[in-house]
Design a protein around this ligand. Structure first.
Ligand code: C2O
Ligand code: CU
Ligand code: CU
Length: 579
């Protein structure tokens, strides 16, 4: 470390080198969200208040608290049930952004949670170790509810990640950072893009955190509604990207700047071994953002601009997101950068079955429409009753995005992780070579991604793809796709012969008879609110299986048979329990 620059707006005391453990006046300790883990996780969306500026309480939303929510820690391979209770006076949903789950468990706009009810998705965690997040996703409601504060981080752990020498002491050398800007005007959170002047890290302004003089991991999530950050450090240090949306990279990638768009995550390693006593900031160097990205100096190339855009001091300016002070090293902790991480096994264009084009264009082709929207995808706005695309289970596809608008869009696909093939015809940068679920599609440009749709065929329930600028999404820059299994139809008939006796049951054991199956299956029992109350596996057999239902309360239950061979459709029937 040769020079220590302080480029933020903040006063830096000259006694810095002795006063290392003290915050600068006006700073707020970075809150570290609590964690929740285990097989059952309870979340409540609640109303609250928060003083972003002293003496000015603002109404907010949060999960299990006034603002944001706990960090969910999930282990690959575990079963988890999430009970999400809606205490808001409005409809909501909770989407597990980036997780590979069935459409029923995904929390998209069709999984509405009515006020004072609980939604209880239940699934196996299939994802690679990475940083994901959760947020409301009701159609037309996302921007408001996320802006009010409802979102949280998800950390997935897996054995490959656990075997690496990486910092993973949560809140100490593995720091969750939810980076956002908010528009607060007249004592209220506003949706007006141009007015987002409050910069927040984990929900507080002027956040400050002490870090050990070791290798430190920053899990950065852009949870803002519209604004892109160009991350870098005020002391000009190089940092290493080790992971993106859906997993670790093959090796750390050294960078000075990282573009992080709404919805995107990146895990960074910073080497603080020789920086004890120093202070620096995580900055957004928006002055260096190319134009036509929300947050840059200009959108619209001078032809038009968004209302309030030019007056917003953050646009095109460099600003601090979090201040850090480096304290004494931990006794344990990571001291050196790993050389290699995990194999990514990216998808191969040689396997592609389908190339699917998506073109974005403004609804109104005037200069304002070109930057303001609403924006159409393939000529359409989102319609809850229209399935826009149908994908065959197991197929490998290229999704090709062409952006005929004057603003860049971060495009997100549910269900899967993808690899970025190219942008404007050029290969992506090395940090973008891993697993992604959001891709930057530049204005008047294009991007192509490759993915495969394994698991979770459902003939009725769609997944979403959309722009993650939440105003664009809410205004209809979103579409729905089904994943279908063409082989399932014939099998369905056979498997639909699911018989249960006795039915009604007195609550003891019941017998389940089913059509011959070539492989094992899982039998699940769901109660009337969709909660899974019993699960057991049955082998490949033709005989009836015995299900032990002792302890089930009287009521109606749905018995679902899920063959391990996911090309087979599930079978279901209703069981009545009466005592
Ligand atoms: Cu983060 Cu469909 O959303
Ligand atoms: Cu998502
Ligand atoms: Cu957009």
């Amino acid at each position: 470390m040769l020079v220590n620059y302080f480029t933020s707006f903040r006063f830096v005391p000259s006694c810095l080198l002795v006063a290392i453990s003290h915050m600068v006046a006006g700073q707020t300790p970075l809150p570290i969200p609590d964690t929740l883990s285990g097989p059952v996780i309870d979340l409540s969306v609640v109303e609250g208040t928060r003083e972003f500026l002293p003496g000015e309480p603002i109404s907010t939303y949060g999960y299990n608290g006034d603002l944001l929510g706990p960090t969910l820690i999930l282990n690959q391979g575990q079963e988890v049930t999430l009970n999400v209770t809606n205490t808001l006076p409005d409809l909501t949903t909770t989407h597990w952004h980036g997780l590979h789950v069935s459409p029923e468990n995904d929390g998209g706009p069709h999984s509405l949670i009515f006020p004072n009810t609980t939604w209880s998705p239940s699934f196996t965690v299939l994802d690679r170790a990475s940083t994901f997040w959760y947020h409301p996703h009701g159609h037309g409601l996302t921007d408001y509810q996320v802006s009010m504060g409802a979102s949280g981080m998800i950390i997935v752990r897996d054995p490959l990640e656990a075997a690496l020498d990486l910092p993973r002491t949560y809140g100490v050398d593995d720091i969750p950072l939810i980076l956002q800007t908010k528009a607060i005007v007249d004592g209220q959170v506003q949706l007006h893009t141009g007015l987002d002047s409050v910069v927040l890290a984990n929900g507080v302004r002027n956040a400050w955190k002490e870090l050990p003089a070791r290798i430190v991991r920053l899990r950065c999530l852009n949870g803002a509604s519209e604004r892109t950050f160009l991350l870098g450090f005020s002391n000009d240090m190089t940092f290493h990207v080790i992971g993106t949306d859906g997993g670790l990279l093959e090796a750390p990638v050294a960078l000075d700047r990282l573009r992080l768009m709404p919805g995107e995550r990146a895990e960074l390693l910073i080497d603080l071994n020789s920086l004890e006593g120093q202070e620096f900031q995580l900055m957004s160097y928006a002055s260096e953002l190319p134009n036509n990205i929300v947050g840059a100096a200009q959108v619209g190339n001078g032809m038009a601009t968004l209302d309030g855009y030019d007056d917003n001091a953050l646009n095109g300016a460099d600003f601090s997101l979090v201040s850090f002070t480096v304290s004494a090293p931990l006794a344990t902790g990571t001291t050196s950068l790993p050389l290699a991480l995990v194999p990514t096994n990216s998808y191969d264009v040689a396997d592609v079955d389908v190339t699917r084009p998506f073109t974005f264009q403004p609804q109104a082709m005037d200069p304002m429409g070109m930057i303001e929207g609403p924006f159409l995808i393939n000529g359409d706005l989102m319609d809850m009753d229209v399935i826009n695309e149908t994908v065959t289970l197991g197929s490998t596809e290229i999704w090709e995005f062409t952006n005929n608008t004057m603003v860049g869009h971060p495009i997100h696909i549910h269900d899967i992780q993808f690899n970025v093939l190219d942008r404007n015809g050029l290969p992506p940068e090395p940090w973008e070579s891993g697993w992604k679920d959001v891709v930057f599609v530049p204005s008047m440009g294009s991007a192509r991604v490759i993915t495969r749709f394994d698991d979770f065929a459902d003939p009725d329930m769609p997944y979403m793809y959309h722009c993650h600028l939440l105003m664009h999404e809410d205004e209809g820059m979103m579409g729905q796709f089904l994943v279908v299994d063409p082989n399932a139809i014939a099998e369905t008939d056979a498997l639909d012969d699911l018989q249960i006796w006795p039915n009604p049951s007195q609550g003891g054991t019941v017998q389940i008879g089913m059509a011959p199956m070539s492989g094992p299956a899982v039998i699940e029992v769901h109660d009337c609110s969709g909660r899974r109350v019993h699960v057991q596996t049955v082998g490949a057999s033709t005989g009836p299986a015995t299900l032990d239902l002792v302890g089930l309360a009287p009521g109606a239950y749905r018995i679902v048979l899920l063959p391990a061979d996911h090309r087979l459709r599930h079978a279901a029937t209703t069981l009545i329990v009466q005592h």
